[in-house]
Design a protein around this ligand. Structure first.
Ligand code: ATP
Ligand code: MG
Length: 184
């Protein structure tokens, strides 16, 4: 499963519905002038994945993610992530019959949020369970390496990098369980 496309509508600087993609399954680079909205695309992905830290999405509250500026005042922001699900071996449970999974989230001015899986209303838990089943946890501190943290990562020793990756994919948890099981 990989992110094929991100659709932003009223989210941060994206006032009109904008499709970003199609992405490569392995590596993508977003380029553009300073302030042109590159990081806003990453913020939008974190928004759908259920981010809890407002620092990561660089705003005080999720309602701040709704576009403000010229034109009619918008009351809602919405973001959809279109996931390619053709590789059934890596599909989340219960989603194997879909070649494409669309996960969306909206936020209104009063801060109320709604989640959707394949355009049908879903709970936040259903969305986080879906992503966690493929080892994606946006609230893991290593999920995203922010601009300021790059130099720290570049200077890390190989063992430290390995530990960070293990922590990110949740392997540390299994390692602790395995060590405990070996003792018992
Ligand atoms: P850099 O290269 O400097 O990192 P960037 O391409 O990552 O820039 P972003 O941080 O994605 O740029 O976008 C910043 C722009 O988004 C700013 O111009 C800011 O005013 C705008 N912006 C952020 N929130 C909103 C909002 N709610 N409504 C309208 N514009 C917004
Ligand atoms: Mg940026």
């Amino acid at each position: 499963m990989f992110v094929k496309e991100v659709v932003l509508d009223g989210f941060k600087s994206y006032r009109v519905k904008t499709k970003v993609g199609e992405f490569d399954p392995h590596f993508n680079a977003i380029t553009g002038l300073n302030g042109s909205g590159k990081s806003n695309i990453l913020d939008a992905i974190c928004f759908v994945l259920g981010i809890t830290s407002m620092n990561v999405v660089r705003c005080k509250s999720l309602a701040d993610c709704i576009y403000v500026g010229q034109g009619d005042k918008l009351h809602k922001a919405s973001v959809s992530i279109v996931l390619d699900n053709k590789d059934k071996k890596k599909s989340p449970p219960g989603q194997r019959h879909y070649d494409e999974i669309i996960v969306s989230r909206t936020v209104q001015r009063n801060g109320e949020c709604r989640y959707y899986i394949n355009k049908t209303g879903a709970t936040k838990k259903a969305v986080t369970d879906l992503f966690e089943s493929v080892q994606l946890n946006v609230n893991n501190p290593n999920f995203m390496i922010m601009q300021g943290k790059i130099t720290k990562v570049v200077n890390m020793k190989p063992k430290e990098i390995l530990h960070m990756i293990e922590e990110t994919v949740g392997a540390t948890l299994y390692q602790a369980k395995r060590e405990k099981a070996e003792i018992e």
